[in-house]
Design a protein around this ligand. Structure first.
Ligand code: SF4
Length: 580
């Protein structure tokens, strides 16, 4: 210590420096002044090669894989070379230089929510995180301002009740991320092999039939995963959803972990009341919905239990083949019993299991409750479900929705997995005015049976994987079918551009998956689809089966029309659903 300091100042400095030492050692860094320190998370060369620090579990799993003589997937190797979370300063430099990422950096940038989407669009897409899909009117309006200043003047609501802003140039990606942080929003972990946006019942806290409000649990999990580095960089992406048993489903059975609120009866050796039922392994693109484990979880324990599940996945997920790296494949290899024993070991306590008869089935959801005006559980208040053409809205419409929410609602905007949004807390006396204002912007609050359940992924207009322009084709199907068939029961039509299944074609009554269709001997192809039928979710859960192959996109509207007409003509009663 040097300099002209008083005794008190010297004591402060000494304490400050020793405090720094403690901080460094808690992060696995060498003491100040030491040379040749190890990389964070890696042991120094002279120490035993046992990884330490927050990246240790993933590194150990990689080492174990290699020790078994297996070859790591190249993305695993890239992850070991640099964790995406550590790429921020390089990402900033790339923005300054006006260049897009190449090679493994494309995936690393996605840790921060920045997606280079070339060659489909030579630009970035930014995907947010919105826990439980609920945001404030001012956040929503500000996202519109950001989209206008830096991207295409529009945003998409995704099938994870989230927002995406597109057409952002190389120079502006970082600015978008930082402006979102200033709004109390973040994009961290919204892409790559991370835990994705946490979905929940969109009517949480206002739903007349819900068993519980999912927002606190979704929010707790959101903050938990955001702030624990060891929960990034999983073998593959991971989805978690909370269903509060409300009128609008959260499609929790399409998630790796689905928590569904249920009432547990008296007399089964556990406290009666509301618990979450645990389902695992949903990944509809691989033809599996999450299956009930027989485990129930106290709502306040969901973060701990989900954390333990993810950590078992980190230890044992496949690191050699990305096509088999999702949780489902650990469950397939082990069975649920062995997996749950491992989860209990991580948790340090037994999970609670009850037989099926201990649980009262949740009240049914309503397939139209995300559209139109619905009474809230609070007297005199309503939510208004606004339709968006397959999730797309202009920045003017976003600002308009934000203003309606602020002036006539409770200030919240709730996004749904059905690619639309709700304005909540609208007084009875203000409903007509709010509806008129929504309609004045070119949006609506009603939808035909075909449009209400129409879902489409980004498609070839913005995603390089797509074999067809799904959003455009979805619109064409809806336009044609609305003009030619009077469908009187809800029907879900899902269009997805590739096997990644972002729009979950396998759970649609009718599901279309993009497929290049060969139209000449020279191998020329056009946009097209393979078509499935009979998928469903919740009590009607099912994976669709393929009925038609190689349907040209231009023929899809007439094919869907024929399918709908065939169902209506041949059903045994008006009550028979498409899935029946
Ligand atoms: Fe892109 Fe495929 Fe996802 Fe559609 S399903 S957005 S084409 S990755």
């Amino acid at each position: 210590m040097s300099g002209d300091f008083s005794a008190e100042q010297k004591r402060y400095l000494e304490g400050f420096v020793s405090g720094l030492g403690a901080m460094r050692s808690s992060r696995g860094l060498p003491p100040l002044g030491a040379r040749g320190g190890a990389m964070p998370g890696m042991a120094p060369a002279s120490a035993p090669a046992e990884p330490t620090g927050p990246d240790a579990a993933g590194l150990k799993a990689q080492l174990r894989t290699e020790a078994e003589g297996k070859k790591l997937d190249p993305i695993e190797i890239a992850r070991r070379e640099e964790n995406g979370l550590d790429s921020y300063s390089r990402m900033k430099k790339a923005a300054k230089d006006g260049v897009y990422p190449k090679g493994p950096d494309i995936l690393r940038w996605r840790y921060h929510g920045l997606f280079f989407v070339g060659p489909a669009q030579d630009s970035y897409m930014v995907r947010l995180r919105i826990p439980n899909g609920v945001m404030t009117h001012w956040q929503f309006a500000s996202v519109a301002d950001i989209a206008e200043a830096h991207g295409g003047p529009y945003a998409h609501v995704t099938t994870r009740a989230n927002l995406q802003v597109r057409e952002i140039p190389a120079t502006d990606g970082i600015q978008v991320l930082e402006k979102l942080v200033a709004l109390g929003l973040t994009c961290k972990g919204s892409g790559a092999d991370n835990i994705r946006n946490v979905t929940g019942t969109p009517t949480a806290g206002i739903d007349p039939q819900e068993l519980l409000d999912t927002r606190p649990y979704a929010s707790e999990w959101h903050h938990h995963i955001l702030n624990d580095r060891s929960l990034y960089g999983l073998p593959r992406k991971f989805n978690v959803a909370f269903d509060g048993a409300g009128l609008i489903t959260a499609l929790e059975d399409t998630n790796d972990i689905g928590f569904s609120a249920v009432e547990v009866r008296d007399g089964f050796g556990v406290e009666a009341g509301v618990w979450f039922r645990l389902a695992l392994g949903g990944i509809t693109g691989h033809k599996d919905l999450a299956l009930d484990t027989g485990v129930i979880v106290k709502p306040e324990d969901t973060t701990r239990v989900a954390d333990a599940i993810v950590r078992v996945f980190v230890d044992h997920g496949d690191r050699t083949d990305r096509k088999k790296a999702r949780l489902k494949y650990v469950l397939d290899a082990w069975g649920f019993d062995k997996f749950l024993v491992e989860v209990e070991a991580k948790l340090g306590e037994a999970l609670v299991r009850v037989p099926g008869e201990a649980v009262i089935e949740r009240p049914a959801s309503d397939r139209q409750a995300h559209i139109g005006v619905h009474k809230q559980k609070q007297d005199g208040l309503n939510w208004i479900g606004v339709t968006l053409p397959v999730g797309k809205m202009t920045v003017e419409q976003m600002r308009g929705i934000a203003k309606i929410s602020r002036d006539l609602g409770d200030g919240d905007i709730r996004l749904t997995v059905w690619q639309n949004l709700l304005v909540s807390g609208v007084r009875d006396a203000n409903v007509a005015l709010a509806v008129a204002a929504i309609e004045a912007m070119g949006l609506g609050i009603s939808a035909t049976a075909v449009r209400a359940g129409l879902v489409a992924c980004t498609g070839s207009e913005g995603c390089k994987f797509a074999a067809a322009p799904t959003k455009r084709n979805a619109e064409e199907i809806a336009l044609h079918c609305d003009a030619t068939v009077q469908v009187d029961r809800p029907v879900n039509i899902h269009l997805t551009g590739c096997h990644n299944s972002c729009a979950q074609h396998y759970i649609g009554d009718i599901g279309l998956i993009g497929q290049r269709v060969t139209v000449s001997d020279e191998g020329d192809t056009v946009d097209g689809y393979n078509v499935c039928v009979g998928g469903g979710f919740g009590p009607d859960a099912g994976i669709g089966r393929e009925l038609f192959q190689d349907v040209k996109a231009e023929d899809a509207p007439r094919l869907v029309e024929r399918m709908l007409k065939g169902w209506m003509a041949n059903r045994s009663s008006d009550e028979e659903s498409f899935a029946d």
